[in-house]
Design a protein around this ligand. Structure first.
Ligand SMILES: NC(=O)CC[C@H](N)C(=O)O
Length: 372
């Protein structure tokens, strides 16, 4: 059946629909990863985004019941050049098409994804509506005109955990070798702004006992849990709109060591007085080079963000520790006065390279030093 993508500037892409028959509005973004589509689709930071994959063939190894980064997909749509109908993998349980149907996510294939990506790259991030079934431009335009976009809106609370819960699973053991998890060394409370499971898995595999807490849990209640550290998660939308999170982190500074990833970095920096801004078209992919300014080493990183912290706004309280080599934007920070650090990229990968996993060890070292 026919499907269509309509952008806010009036540009239309006609193609074939797959996945759910429905329509949704969202910000149209692109991801340059060649693999890892199931992890990308279930990364909650894509809430309200229509994801376009630049790699031309997606779905060739199917989907399975393990590669979830959250309970379900929060994306608003999925666009590919060609969706593979005949997946081949010993881990495959459902084709991408069938899986998207069960997730209620609209897919669009057969459009010139290179043209769409160049359009977004040149003109900047845009709102759009993806529709599988109804293709009447006038009606879709009306629906899109009511969509407010991401700027200035908190879209974290609606997807965060309602209640605290304990996480006790380590990183995937896909070959079922039965490898044991390490002994628990420290307890962490992890703020769930839309947390990816591989962050939780890696925390556990590094010897942390993890309690996930709702995005709005007051700092005082977190401190009552007596954690050795607090983790600030990734998450969707505009960081400047996550007021409660910024306020809580400000209260926690100096009281407990903190480590943040992506939205977590943005919230930490905002709590320290820095400013955030929207990037022209965001960083999404599994091959972004980042320079560690302390060691001089280059890490190839996984990224997914549309907002960034303004390097010129960080002031004396914050030290830049990592820089994105594609556009010299801020990729990592450390607080000078308190034990707290964060990165704008994804050391947990899923999907992506594992170059930056040392950051989980760094968190442990920071906690150890704080205790001495
Ligand atoms: N992955 C994330 O945590 C994304 C952070 C934020 N929503 C952004 O787009 O910049």
């Amino acid at each position: 059946m026919k499907a269509v993508l309509l952008l806010e500037d009036g540009t239309v892409f006609h193609g074939r629909g797959f996945g759910a028959e429905s329509y949704r509005c969202g910000e149209v973004v692109f991801n340059t990863s060649m693999t890892g589509y199931q992890e990308i689709l279930t990364d909650p930071s894509y809430n309200e985004q229509i994801i376009t994959m630049t790699y031309p063939l997606i779905g060739n190894y199917g989907t399975n019941s393990e590669d979830y980064e959250s309970i379900r997909s929060y994306a608003s749509g999925f666009i590919v050049k060609e969706a593979c109908d005949y997946p081949s993998s010993w881990r495959n349980e459902a084709s991408l098409d069938d899986w998207l149907k069960t997730q209620g996510i609209v897919g669009l294939e057969g459009i010139d994804t290179r043209k769409l990506v160049r359009h977004i790259r040149n003109k900047g991030a845009m709102r759009g509506i993806i529709s599988h079934g109804e293709t009447d431009a006038e009606s879709l335009r009306n629906k899109l005109s009511e969509y407010p976009g991401l700027v200035g809106r908190n879209i974290v609370n609606s997807i965060s955990a309602g209640e605290p819960f304990h996480w006790d699973e380590g990183t995937h053991d896909i070959y079922k070798t039965g490898c044991k998890l390490p002994e628990i060394e420290y307890k962490v409370a992890a703020y769930d702004y839309g947390i990816k499971r591989n962050i939780l898995r890696l925390l556990r595999s590094h010897g942390f006992s993890v309690t996930v807490v709702p995005a709005e849990m007051p700092a005082e209640d977190v401190l009552k849990m007596n954690p050795d550290g607090v983790f600030l998660s990734n998450g969707p939308g505009d960081p400047a709109a996550v007021n409660c999170g910024i306020e809580n982190v400000r209260k926690l500074l100096g009281k407990v060591p903190m480590f943040g990833i992506c939205l977590g970095q943005q919230i930490l920096a905002l709590a320290l007085g820095a400013k955030s801004y929207k990037l022209k078209f965001g960083h999404r992919g599994a091959n972004h080079p980042v320079k560690n300014l302390k060691t001089g080493k280059i890490e190839i990183t996984s990224q997914n963000h549309g907002f960034c912290i303004d390097l010129d706004s960080i002031g004396d309280k914050v030290e830049a520790t990592h820089i994105n080599l594609n556009d010299n934007t801020l990729a990592g920070i450390k607080c000078r006065d308190y034990p707290a650090f964060a990165v704008q990229y994804h050391p947990e990968a899923s999907p992506g390279p594992h170059d930056s996993r040392y950051l989980f060890e760094d968190f442990k070292k920071m906690i150890r030093q704080f205790k001495q």
